[in-house]
Design a protein around this ligand. Structure first.
Ligand code: WT7
Length: 648
C-alpha cells in the first residue's frame, strides 16, 4: 500500500508554479538561508513601512520569542482588499452559496471594500480600536469575512468562536480574551435547521461573572425574533445606516496580533492561540498560492467553517491576499442531497476544492451515484485537511470525485502553525495515498524518539519542527509560560507538534495521529480532559476517562468510561442523559459516541489512570494489553473487556 505512487500528470505540471526540480531548489534555499528566502517572499504583500529585519526567533528554553519582519508596518485588510481595487475592483472576491441551493451571491472587491469599511466604522463607533478584542459567533455568511477584515482594518483582534459551541464554551472564550464587543446573527441556518446564535450569546453573557461585553452587533440572517437588550444590542443594518463606507486602514506593526483562536490541548482549558500580522499573511498567502497551484481567475472553494483556522487562513486571508475568488458555503454536504458539493462545483465552476476526509467518508457511504450525475469538469486540484486521509478515502476522492484527472494535496498543519507545513505541490510532488508528503518552503521537520534523540532517514517517531516559519503562533494569549510549556518543553530547542509520524525512504511524511491526549473527531480537535471534566460535573458521575477509538466516518469517535456514584444505575436512559449533558455543556462536536459504565478504572498504585489500556479496549483490541502488572487492581480489566461497547 505504502509503496504506491501516483506520478505527477503532465497536465498538472503544465503552467504550474513549480515542478519537482524547482521545488527542491527553492526548498534548499529556504532552509539554508531563511533570512534571504523570506526577505524576498515577504515582499509578496504590501508594506506601509518596509521591513529591514526578517527573522528574529528563538526556540531556546526560557527565551521563546518569535518575530518576523518586526520593523515593518502593514495592514491585513489593506492587503486583502484595497490593494486589489486598481486591478480587480470588479472581479468577484467572494461567492456566497447559501444553505438553500436557491440562494447565492457574488461580492466584488469593490463591494467588499465598502462593506469592510462600513463594518469598521460601526465597530469604531462602539469604541473598538487597535488591540481591542472582538468575539465573532457567526454562521457562514459574508458578514463573517467583512467583520474579520473590519477588525484587521482597525488593528482590533478578532476571536472567532465556532457557531456549534455552547453558551458555556462561548462565555469561557469571551472571558478568556476580554472582548467588549460580540458580533453574532439572529440565527444560523444549516441543513434547513435554525441555530439560535443570538439566544446563545445572551446565555453566555449572563454567565460571565463581571460585565465584560458592552455591545452586541446582530446580523439579520433568518429574520427570526430575538431579544434585544436596549443600549447593548444593535442590529447591524441599523447601525450601518449611521456610518459611511470609507475608513482608513490603520498601519500596524508586523507583530501586532491579528487574531486569537481557541484550540484544545491535552490538559486544561482551551488555549488562545495568537497569530500576528505580517508573517501570518505572508505565509497564508504563499501557501495558498503554491499548495493549490492557484492561478489568476481560478474559482477556489474551501468547505471549512470560519470558526476554525482553516477558515481563517484558506477561506479569508490567504485567498483574498492573493486576489482570488473564494467561495463561502453556509450549508452542509448532505443538504438538500448528497450531491450538494458537486452541484455547487458545477454551479460556480470551481477549479480548486478543499475539504476534510470526514466529509469524503460520509459521502462515500452514499455511493458514486450522487457524484457521477454531476460534471465536475472544472476541477483541477483537490485538497484534504484535518486528519490523516485513509487510502480508501484518498482513492475515492481521486477516482470518483476527480475522475483520476485532478491532483490531490493532503495538507498537514495545525491551528498553531497558521498555515500548511507538510504537503504535496500539484506540479511537483509524486503522490502517495495517505502521505502528506514533503515539507513546504522554510519548514524543517525533525523526527525524534521518546527521549528526544533526533532520528535519521526512514523512521517512526514524534514530529517536531526545528526552526520557526513566518506563520507560526507567537504565544498563548495572556500566558506565554503556557506557550513554552506546551510546545517547547518536551523536546527543548524544538517545536513539538503533538503528532506522531513516519518518514519513508523518499523522505515523505506519514502522519499517524496525536501522541497526546487530544483526539480528532471529524477533523475537530478535542481534549479528552475537557470531555472528562464535563462528565464528572454531572451529579451522578464520580469518575470519567475519555479516549478516542477508530470510527469509520468521523476518523475518531469519543469513547467514555464512566464510574457512577454509589447506588446509581448505568442504563441507556442515563447514557442519553450524559450525551445530552456534554452536548449542552461543550457543544454537539463533543458528544460521546459510546459510554461504558465501569465500576472501576485501571489505575496504577499511585492512582494514575492507564489510558493505554482504555484505548486498547475501546479499539476492541484487548488481546495485546501489554503489561498490566503495575495496576492496583488488575481485575478491573476483565470487567472492562466484558462490558466493552465497541464490538466489530
Ligand atoms: C491536528 C491539528 C490544520 C487545520 C485543521 C485542523 C491533525 C491536520 C492533517 C493531515 C494528518 C492531520 C493533526 C494535527 N491533522 N491535518 N493532513 N494529516 N493529520 O487543525 O484543529 O489545530 O488540528 O489535526 O493531528 O496535529 P487543528
Amino acid at each position: 500500500m505504502e509503496g504506491r505512487i501516483v506520478e505527477v500528470q503532465d497536465t498538472w505540471r503544465e503552467g504550474a508554479l513549480v515542478d519537482d526540480a524547482k521545488y527542491r531548489e527553492m526548498y534548499k534555499a529556504s532552509v539554508s538561508d531563511p533570512e534571504a528566502f523570506w526577505g524576498e517572499h515577504g515582499k509578496r504583500i504590501d508594506w506601509m513601512t518596509p521591513y529591514t529585519r526578517v527573522k528574529n526567533t528563538s526556540f531556546e528554553p526560557g527565551q521563546i520569542s518569535i518575530k518576523w519582519f518586526e520593523d515593518g508596518k502593514t495592514n491585513v485588510a489593506y492587503n486583502c482588499v484595497d490593494r486589489h481595487l486598481g486591478t480587480r475592483g470588479e472581479q468577484t472576491a467572494i461567492i456566497w452559496e447559501g444553505d438553500s441551493p436557491d440562494e447565492s451571491k457574488h461580492i466584488t472587491y469593490r463591494e467588499l471594500h465598502a462593506q469592510v469599511c462600513r463594518w469598521a466604522n460601526v465597530l469604531r463607533n462602539r469604541g473598538v480600536g487597535k488591540g481591542d478584542r472582538v468575539t465573532l459567533y457567526l454562521p457562514m455568511v459574508p458578514e463573517a469575512a467583512y467583520a474579520m477584515l473590519a477588525c484587521a482594518r482597525l488593528g482590533a483582534i478578532h476571536a472567532i468562536v465556532f457557531g456549534g459551541f455552547s453558551p458555556d464554551s462561548l462565555a469561557q472564550r469571551i472571558q478568556g480574551c476580554g472582548s467588549k464587543v460580540v458580533i453574532t446573527a439572529d440565527e444560523g441556518l444549516r441543513g434547513g435547521r435554525k441555530v439560535p446564535l443570538k439566544a446563545n450569546v445572551d446565555e453566555a453573557i449572563k454567565r460571565l461573572g463581571s460585565p465584560i461585553v458592552e455591545h452586541v452587533v446582530v446580523v439579520r440572517r433568518t429574520g427570526g425574533a430575538v431579544a434585544m437588550e436596549p443600549g447593548r444590542d444593535v442590529y447591524y443594518d441599523e447601525a450601518a445606516e449611521q456610518v459611511t463606507d470609507e475608513c482608513p486602514a490603520e498601519p500596524v506593526e508586523a507583530e501586532h496580533p491579528l487574531f486569537i483562536l481557541y484550540t484544545s490541548g491535552s490538559t486544561g482549558q482551551p488555549k488562545g492561540v495568537v497569530h500576528t500580522t505580517g508573517g501570518y499573511l505572508v505565509y497564508a498567502s504563499m501557501t495558498h498560492q503554491y499548495v493549490f497551484d492557484y492561478r489568476e481567475g481560478d474559482i477556489y472553494w474551501c468547505t471549512a467553517d470560519v470558526g476554525w483556522v482553516t477558515g481563517h487562513s484558506y477561506i479569508v486571508y490567504g485567498p483574498l491576499a492573493n486576489g482570488a475568488t473564494t467561495l463561502m458555503f453556509e450549508g452542509i454536504p448532505t443538504y438538500p442531497s448528497n450531491s450538494r458539493f458537486w452541484d455547487v462545483v458545477d454551479k460556480h465552476k470551481v477549479n480548486i476544492f478543499y475539504t476534510a476526509p470526514t466529509a469524503i467518508r460520509s459521502l462515500m457511504g452514499g455511493g458514486e451515484g450522487p457524484v457521477k450525475k454531476t460534471s465536475r469538469a472544472s476541477l483541477r486540484v483537490l485538497g484534504s485537511v484535518g486528519e490523516p486521509i485513509n487510502p480508501e478515502a484518498w482513492d475515492w476522492y481521486y477516482k470518483v470525485v476527480g475522475d483520476s484527472r485532478c491532483a490531490i494535496v493532503d495538507t498537514w498543519w495545525q491551528t498553531e502553525t497558521g498555515g500548511i507545513l507538510i504537503t504535496p505541490l500539484p506540479g511537483a510532488t509524486a503522490l502517495k495515498p495517505g502521505s502528506a508528503t514533503r515539507p513546504f518552503f522554510g519548514v524543517k521537520p525533525e523526527m525524534v524518539d521518546a527521549e528526544g534523540k533526533v532520528l535519521d532517514g526512514a523512521c517512526e517517531g514524534n514530529l517536531c519542527i526545528a526552526d520557526s516559519w513566518p506563520g507560526q503562533m507567537r504565544t498563548v494569549y495572556g500566558d506565554h509560560e503556557r506557550f513554552e510549556q506546551t510546545y517547547f518543553s518536551t523536546y527543548p530547542g524544538k517545536y513539538f507538534t503533538g503528532d506522531g509520524a513516519r518518514r519513508d525512504t523518499d523522505g515523505y511524511y506519514w502522519i499517524t495521529g496525536r501522541v497526546d491526549d487530544v483526539i480528532n473527531v471529524s477533523g475537530h480537535r478535542m481534549g479528552t480532559a475537557e470531555v472528562e471534566s464535563s462528565l464528572v460535573a454531572h451529579p451522578k458521575v464520580s469518575e470519567a476517562a475519555v479516549v478516542g477509538y477508530p470510527h469509520n466516518v468521523k476518523g475518531q469517535g469519543i469513547y467514555a468510561y464512566v464510574t457512577l456514584n454509589e447506588g446509581e444505575n448505568g442504563d441507556d436512559g442515563l447514557r442519553k442523559e450524559l450525551v445530552a449533558w456534554v452536548r449542552k455543556d461543550i457543544g454537539p462536536i463533543a458528544s460521546p459516541d459510546l459510554i461504558q459504565f465501569a465500576p472501576g478504572l485501571p489505575k496504577t498504585r499511585s492512582g494514575k489512570i492507564m489510558r493505554r489500556i482504555l484505548r486498547k479496549i475501546a479499539e476492541d483490541d484487548f488481546g495485546s494489553l501489554g503489561d498490566t502488572s503495575t495496576l492496583a487492581d488488575p481485575a478491573v480489566v476483565d470487567d472492562l473487556i466484558d462490558n466493552r461497547q465497541n464490538r466489530a
